[in-house]
Design a protein around this ligand. Structure first.
Ligand code: C5P
Length: 239
């Protein structure tokens, strides 16, 4: 597959056209941003780790019947995915309280929720991705009722699968964000990425944060944390 002109550049990835109109090539960048890009950095090696981690997690989704955009990893920093129109609704699933949930609602940190909490955010950089209700998404045409139901059901399945997977790696899946897109046939698919940029991972024994919170909170050794996630995933894959 031939990498053609740049279609779109996001905060952590670049999307390129290919010779197949239904496929695009994603390049994972070393750039890291937080707080709606108010905080920025670039860490050599981050892109290739996220490319590898995301590819493995999407393969795991494929093995478990979660329809998604992933086709194949082609090199260190690139993967082929199906071309989709990303819906402007981000889904966050939370198992343990932290992050903006605690800030927004004054909730205590580190409480395991009795069941997963699903939140919807309007994907809009200018507005800083505000929290929305399902009704906003439906009434303003950001997603249909059916798409919203699909996103909710699929996000819960992904949470069950990912929580079990990371449990075997001695990691707690604290929370994560998913994005969905619609392909040329109008089919809704899980899209974007699944990586330490978009998930919170805590080591089960030490509770050490192994994700982008190390960057957000200046905890140091960001790359070491991403490497540790990839080490545990790749060791599991080798067995
Ligand atoms: O910051 P907050 O607590 O809302 O994040 C919840 C989860 O969603 C975290 O895992 C975070 O990494 C992810 N997230 C994301 N992109 C955003 C907002 C949140 O990947 N724009």
């Amino acid at each position: 597959m031939v990498k053609k002109e740049l279609l779109y550049e996001g905060k952590a990835k670049k999307m390129y056209k290919t010779d197949d109109p239904n496929m695009i090539i994603v390049e994972y960048k070393n750039d890291l941003t937080a707080f709606n890009a108010l905080k920025k950095d670039s860490i050599e090696g981050k892109g290739s780790l996220n490319n590898a981690i995301s590819a493995s997690l999407f393969e795991y989704m494929n093995e478990n019947g979660i329809p998604n955009h992933f086709i194949q990893k082609i090199d260190d920093t690139h993967q082929i995915v199906k071309k989709v129109r990303i819906l402007p609704v981000e889904v966050v699933v939370r198992n343990i309280t932290t992050g903006t949930l605690c800030k927004r609602l004054g909730i205590e940190e580190n409480i395991r929720l009795p069941r997963p909490l699903i939140e919807f955010y309007y994907k809009n950089d200018q507005l800083g991705d505000p929290l929305i209700l399902e009704d906003h998404a439906e009434l303003f045409g950001w997603a249909t009722k059916e798409q919203i139901s699909f996103m909710k059901e699929t996000s819960l399945k992904v949470n069950t699968l990912m929580s079990a997977y990371f449990d075997t790696l001695n990691i707690i899946l604290v929370d994560f964000k998913l994005e969905f897109g619609v392909d040329a046939n109008g089919t809704i698919l899980l899209a974007d990425e699944m990586s330490p940029d978009t998930c919170r991972f805590w080591d089960k024994t030490t509770m050490k944060k192994l994700d982008k919170d190390r960057f957000r909170k200046d905890l140091g050794d960001v790359l070491g944390a991403y490497r540790e996630i990839w080490r545990r995933i790749s060791e599991k894959e080798a067995n």
